[in-house]
Design a protein around this ligand. Sequence first.
Ligand code: GLN
Length: 189
Amino acid sequence: MTVGILALQGDFREHEEMLRRIGAPTLQVRLPKHLDQVDRLIIPGGESTTIGKLLVMYGLIEPLRARVRAGMPIWGTCAGAILMAQRIAGGRTDQPSLRLMDMTAHRNAFGSQLESFEIDLPLEVLNGDPLRMVFIRAPVLEDLGTAVTPLARIDDGRVVAARQANMLATCFHPELTSDDRMHRYFLEM
Ligand code: GLN
């Protein structure tokens, strides 16, 4: 089972490092032909506008959407989660993206006052055990469609992780911690 990691921009090396530690084979995905060689895909954190433009430039949008529609598991962290949302708020709403999950990603939802922070929150899919969540200019997920299950909420109730069938979105960065449980969860999807 080869885990593709979209390697156009952002913190793809951290995901790669985490998967290497788990012992899962990885492949950096930059071109449509790379998609044929992977069984699942991670979209890293970074800058969603930039990654979106590069997805268009490398002709990846449609091939990627087709794979996901055919059932390939996909996980977006932070900018990756923004790229997976069908709707984007808190910035340019017309940025190129994959528009896969029935939800709105509200960009930079914590404002510039709070660029980054870490909290421990229980996560349903980890049996309710707490997970260290690292937020960096993070979005929150809003207007979840009925097919989308919220997996974690911050204290004020806003959703920071969600799943829709084979699609997983987290607003935080498990790849920047030493905790591999979220990666293992994705590998079981
Ligand atoms: N704020 C970034 C964006 O809108 C996401 C930040 C991140 O991935 N850490 O793309």
